[in-house]
Ligand binder design. Structure first.
Ligand SMILES: Cc1cc2nc3c(=O)[nH]c(=O)nc-3n(C[C@H](O)[C@H](O)[C@H](O)COP(=O)(O)OP(=O)(O)OC[C@H]3O[C@@H](n4cnc5c(N)ncnc54)[C@H](O)[C@@H]3O)c2cc1C
Length: 454
């Protein structure tokens, strides 16, 4: 069993009332609010630490008074059932990015969101393995894996985490990297927030400044044909391209471009790390399907943080995801039919992300989750506005999932699984046992609760 090596010099101040908010306190409601506005989480108290010492004080406080601990940076991954009897440690005030351009490394504080890393790295001709949304938290995303626009070339974001600073259940400040606490380091990268409070991470940066990227859009009545053709195209697509096949039912709101307002469409989105001429050649089979709208162009790397058109700020939503072992014409037809996005469906978006490439190979330097045995990840979501309820979204997603069962994989993806999952289903065969042992060693009393507690 691993021994944790204390490399920090943490003092242990008494829990400062300044960083704790309790129900009824003025700051409590702001501090407990998750990015997902549909999740009305009511923790026993919220800590808003600004320093590592504040985190230590919060952990010591929770242990002393008998509260469990859950950590959030943004609340993108918030769940309804997580926070009863729990101290929420909200890291939103612990932000900051330092770039070592020569080493191509960013040191990122716990509450930092992806766009802040991207903006800091751009000045040095570098970028990071961010996801589709600008305001997702670097730490939460990377602890759960992290599939973004460079994923088929550079793998999961978790495999580009080079070290982490962690406050453990005992309130110790430790470093986790390949040499120091290697078991903890392995568990964190794909194991999520069950192992301590991560106060900062060092992540690798990549010399990417632009990509040939965009959307191809067809009307929804072409959905089965387009998804099947896209799936066929993915089978020979190079690792330089990461793409998504997606059904969208867009609201009739003024913020929506006129050509899409209130419409149902099927979309192929992609980012290609190559020049425009070879990108055009690569897309030819898809363009032969005569999309109604084609937005592909060479864009600066920062533009990829907006390519997927995620909401720019907090919204109420419900969603879920799973993995597919294969996607053929019959699977595409079953998904399109069961999603039934005819303008009345509760779903806003149902996307299928192409994995494989670097995502399909175990990374020798990676953590517990460093690859997927399945080549496609599905994620469906509804915006809980107007008549759309969480129950309706979840029911429709259950129908789509049931319809895609013949093609589904045993495992599911940590960051896309919003429902209840058996945590052993998040990992390739054989990995979960070691993960559970490490959890029992570093947090024997089960202090930490997490999205997918191990
Ligand atoms: C709009 C949107 C877009 C998304 N896009 C992508 C995408 O492109 N690719 C992808 O892979 N996923 C994506 N996701 C899923 C996202 O990666 C997960 O929801 C992830 O958990 C969010 O991390 P967070 O820190 O922002 O959220 P939070 O809810 O703050 O954190 C999620 C979990 O991470 C853990 N955690 C967070 N911070 C810490 C910490 N400091 N120490 C220990 N544990 C911690 C906790 O267990 C927490 O429950 C997206 C989600 C949304 C809502």
């Amino acid at each position: 069993m691993p021994q944790l090596i204390d490399t920090g010099s943490a003092t242990r101040p008494a829990a400062s009332p300044d960083i704790l908010a309790f129900p009824g306190d003025a700051g409590y409601d702001d501090a407990r609010r998750a990015w997902n506005l549909a999740v009305d989480q009511r923790p026993a108290a919220v800590a808003l630490p600004e320093t590592v010492d504040d985190v230590v004080a919060a952990v010591d406080y929770a242990r002393t008074v008998g509260l469990r601990i859950a950590v959030q940076g943004t609340g993108h991954g918030a769940r309804h059932d997580l926070l009863d009897g729990t101290l929420l440690i909200n890291t939103a005030r612990m932000t900051g990015v330092e770039i070592d351009a020569n080493a191509r490394v960013a040191t990122v504080a716990a509450g930092t969101i992806w766009i802040d890393v991207v903006d800091a790295a751009i000045e040095h001709g570098l970028t990071a393995l961010h996801g589709s949304a600008q305001d997702v938290g670097v730490v939460g995303y990377s602890l759960g894996g992290g599939i973004g626009w460079f994923a088929r070339k550079h793998g999961l974001a978790s495999s580009s985490v080079l070290s982490a600073a962690v406050v453990t259940a005992d309130g110790d400040v430790v470093r986790a990297d390949p040499e120091t606490n290697p078991d903890l380091f392995w568990a964190l990268r794909g194991g999520g927030g069950s192992f301590g409070v991560v106060t900062s991470v060092e992540i690798a940066l990549y010399p990417i400044t632009e990509a040939y990227a965009g959307w191809l859009i067809w009307p929804m009545d072409r959905a089965g044909e387009v998804l099947a053709a896209w799936a066929e195209w993915t089978r020979t697509a190079p690792e330089d391209v990461t793409s998504v096949g997606r059904l969208l039912q867009l609201p009739p709101i003024p913020e929506m471009p006129e050509a899409l307002r209130g419409r149902q469409v099927v979309v192929v989105e992609a980012a290609y790390l190559g020049d425009e001429a070879s990108g055009r050649e690569l897309l030819r089979p898809l363009r032969d399907l005569e999309p109604e709208i084609d937005t592909f162009a060479t864009v600066p790397a920062r533009g990829l943080t907006e390519l997927h058109q995620d909401p720019p700020g907090p919204v109420p939503g419900a969603g879920d995801g799973w993995l597919l072992e294969t996607l053929d014409a019959a699977a595409a037809a079953a998904i399109v039919e069961s999603a039934a996005m005819d303008g009345t469906a509760p779903l806003l978006s149902l996307e299928i992300r192409h994995l494989d490439g670097a995502l399909g190979r175990p990374d020798p330097n990676g953590g517990v989750l460093s690859h997927f045995e399945a080549p496609y990840a599905v994620y469906g979501v509804g915006a809980l506005m107007g008549p759309v309820t969480r129950e309706a979204v979840e029911a429709r997603l259950r129908e789509v999932r049931a319809a895609s069962t013949p093609w589904a994989a045993r495992t599911t993806y940590f960051n896309f699984a919003d429902g209840d999952v058996d945590p052993s289903d998040l990992y390739p065969d054989g990995a979960f046992g070691r993960l559970a042992e490490i959890r029992a060693t570093v947090d024997p009393d089960g202090l930490f609760r997490a999205r997918h507690t191990i």
